[in-house]
Design a protein. Structure first.
Length: 139
């Protein structure tokens, strides 16, 4: 692995999501930890409501505002805020952009232990992330 420097304004990224709910993920690194810039347009959310068995995450709000759904209710975040999610059901989360006009940009940083089991909170769906890829599963 080498030292990596990236600027979120200069990276192109990869559009993810479905239908009208898309978000742009700009990977910084994925070694023993993962770091991505994520851009979420007004009214959209990134990823689904989920939690990890093995990996912890931290979101740092670079610009815009966010609403994070958690098991303890919604939490509002603004530029400069950071939020930590433990690797258990109490770390369930989904981040959305409540703004009508401003894009949300945040840094998504976390451990990258493999395998990891991801549970989509409130459903019987999930996935296993392993060295060989992503495998969908039902509980």
């Amino acid at each position: 692995m080498e030292i990596i420097v990236k600027n979120y304004k200069e990276e192109k990224g990869e559009l993810q999501g479905q239908g009208q709910n898309t978000y742009n993920v700009k990977q910084i690194a994925a070694g023993k930890c993962s770091a991505n810039f994520v851009e979420v347009e007004p009214g959209n959310f990134a990823y689904g409501y989920h939690w990890h068995e093995e990996n912890e995450e931290v979101f740092y709000i670079i610009s815009g505002e966010a609403s994070v759904k958690t098991v303890n209710g919604d939490i509002r975040l603004k530029q400069g805020d950071a939020i930590y999610f433990p690797a258990n059901e109490k770390g369930s989360h989904v981040i959305s952009n409540p703004s009508k006009t401003e894009k949300l940009v945040y840094l998504d940083f976390g451990t990258l232990n493999k395998p990891d089991v991801v549970h989509f909170t409130g459903t019987n769906a999930g996935m296993v992330i392993s060295k060989t890829g992503v495998h969908n599963l039902e509980f």
